[in-house]
Design a protein around this ligand. Structure first.
Ligand SMILES: NC(=O)c1ccc[n+]([C@@H]2O[C@H](COP(=O)([O-])OP(=O)(O)OC[C@H]3O[C@@H](n4cnc5c(N)ncnc54)[C@H](OP(=O)(O)O)[C@@H]3O)[C@@H](O)[C@H]2O)c1
Length: 325
């Protein structure tokens, strides 16, 4: 069933599926962009636009800035496209640099502001439609974050804000200090990554104590009209054609069940995998990470695939590899 996204309900005309741009720009290194990187990005963009995707997900760190940079080159070559698409980027992770001993989180005001300036310069645009705080930072001072977001909004550099990988409690803390609403929470969710479903069913069940997904996060986002975005939604192809040598029985069985459903419904395996997420009443927006044009095209029928409750639970339990009590 096709459902209106919370983003749409806020007047943001986002497509049902988003393209994640982490795979653009080549390696996570300091090598310059190549003609092959540009060609790959052009083909991915073309494939996405041709199936109606208008929402593109970036981060300052993807391929060390090269994903945004190559996307900026595409925008430059297509005047007018910028206004027709929704650009989301993220800040708050600092990759290890020479002289550092580790990656680290950084949601300081200074880093948020300089990260957005970097993203805007690389993308060659004056504004981001949405900025996400990429991951929680234990040293985050919400008052400082509020000041940074206020400046970004007032200067027109960012239109909307959201978070990623955050629990309900972490969002609530930010909301206490920030005037602007947080309209997105991007989480790792897929038919392989099912702890967000387990968390719902584990309430009041001693035998499911191992579930670590922060309880109440999905519900908090739903109640607050916060768009849930799923990163990793294709499970890196685990159920849609990636070789399964050495994979556990539950994965092999689930891939077979996906294939059978795809055949029954004259759909692709990718569409079935995404349809499983999209059948959830929260209207989850999958952020697909493939940059392969054929695979992007294979995702296009997901909105049309209808899964019954029985089929949805069969896939979930198959992936879980353990019957429900
Ligand atoms: N917020 C966060 O913390 C966070 C973290 C990670 C990612 N993200 C975002 O989410 C997006 C998607 O994440 P993801 O890339 O992890 O998710 P994904 O969509 O589950 O997986 C895409 C990856 O799987 C490969 N793949 C898909 N089907 C395949 C198949 N049948 N055989 C072999 N390989 C296959 C793709 O390769 P091809 O390109 O060759 O198809 C690509 O590398 C990213 O682009 C990024 O925008 C956010």
């Amino acid at each position: 069933m096709s459902r209106a996204l919370p983003l749409n309900r806020r007047g943001i005309p986002a497509s049902r599926i988003a393209l994640g741009c982490m795979g653009l720009g080549g390696g996570w290194d300091y090598e310059p962009l190549t003609a092959a990187n540009l060609k790959q990005a052009e083909e991915a963009l073309e494939a996405a636009l041709s199936i109606g995707i208008n929402f593109f997900d970036h981060a300052d760190i993807y391929t060390r800035g090269k994903a945004e940079k190559v996307f900026g080159q595409l925008l430059k070559a297509r005047p007018g496209l910028r206004e027709d698409i929704i650009l989301q980027s993220k800040c708050g992770i600092r990759l290890i640099e020479p002289g550092d001993t580790t990656n680290r989180m950084d949601l300081s005001k200074e880093h948020i502001l300089s990260s957005v300036d970097g993203s805007l310069a690389r993308l060659g645009t004056d504004y981001l439609d949405i900025l996400l705080l990429h991951r929680p930072d234990p040293l985050m001072d919400p008052e400082e974050v509020a000041e940074a977001l206020y400046q970004l909004k007032a200067s027109g550099k960012v239109r909307h804000f959201g978070v990623s990988n955050m629990s309900a409690a972490q969002i609530r803390l930010l909301e206490t200090y920030c005037d602007e609403p947080f309209i997105v929470n991007q989480l790792h969710m897929s038919l392989a990554r099912i702890s967000w479903v387990d968390a719902v069913l584990s309430v009041n069940r001693d035998q499911w104590k191992e579930v670590t997904f922060p309880e109440g996060t999905i519900e908090y986002c739903r109640a607050g009209n916060i768009q849930l975005q799923a990163w990793g939604p294709l499970a890196q192809g685990l159920f849609s054609g990636r070789p399964l040598d050495g994979q556990p029985e539950n994965v092999v069985n689930t891939a077979a069940r996906v294939r059978a459903l795809a055949d029954e419904k004259s759909a692709t395996a990718e569409a079935v995998v995404l349809a499983w997420l999209m059948a959830h009443p929260a209207a989850i927006q999958p952020v697909i990470g493939t940059v392969n044009p054929q695979r992007i095209a294979a995702c296009s029928g997901a909105e049309q695939v209808e899964l019954s409750r029985k089929e949805w639970y069969e896939l979930y339990v198959s992936s879980r590899g353990e019957k429900l009590p």
